[in-house]
Design a binder for this molecule. Structure first.
Ligand SMILES: *[C@@H]1O[C@H](CO)[C@@H](O)[C@H](O)[C@H]1NC(C)=O
Ligand SMILES: *[C@@H]1O[C@H](CO)[C@@H](O)[C@H](O)[C@H]1NC(C)=O
Length: 139
């Protein structure tokens, strides 16, 4: 009983949060003016820019010679470990220039992103990882 009560409360909260969503989807440059680079705290950035909503777009910007990339990691564990063995390449080292590489948040579940460069050091030591849990929109 308590569980279903809590579950209902959670759904109500979620609905309320979603109603507050701007009707326009946002396009956010990851890292703001810093872009996608080694050593910037993207966990912090994601926290500051939450909540995310479905249809929001994340833009990854980096130079061709930086060796950065954008991978989608399959789950929390691979995200924590910076394990790219089952990762999906979204943007290669040359796809972050100009307007940057855009990823739309389409699914109501966590999306994990990271750069694999320098044998994973971009992710492990360079903090080049973030995750977003987009909330649904009703509009
Ligand atoms: C990055 O930011 C998060 C959230 O503010 C914080 O918990 C974490 O300690 C920071 N990491 C580093 C390496 O500074
Ligand atoms: C980056 O590399 C790609 C592929 O080689 C090329 O199409 C693009 O023009 C380059 N961008 C810059 C800013 O050099």
């Amino acid at each position: 009983m308590a569980l279903s009560y809590n579950a209902r409360g959670f759904l109500l909260l979620l609905a309320a949060a979603s109603l507050l969503a701007a009707s326009e989807a946002r396009t956010l440059v990851v890292g703001g003016s810093e872009g996608w680079r080694y050593g910037f705290n993207y966990t912090d950035w994601a926290f500051q820019n939450s909540p995310f909503y479905i249809k929001d777009q994340l833009v990854f910007k980096y130079e061709n010679d930086s060796g950065y990339s954008v991978y989608q990691l399959p789950n929390l564990w691979s995200y924590i470990k910076c394990d790219f063995s089952k990762a999906k390449l979204l943007a290669s080292e040359t796809q972050g220039t100009g307007e940057g590489f855009k990823v739309e948040l389409t699914e109501w579940r966590p999306s994990y992103f990271a750069s694999s460069g320098k044998d994973g050091k971009n992710c492990k030591d360079g903090l080049m990882k973030l995750f977003a849990v987009p909330l649904p929109r009703w509009n």
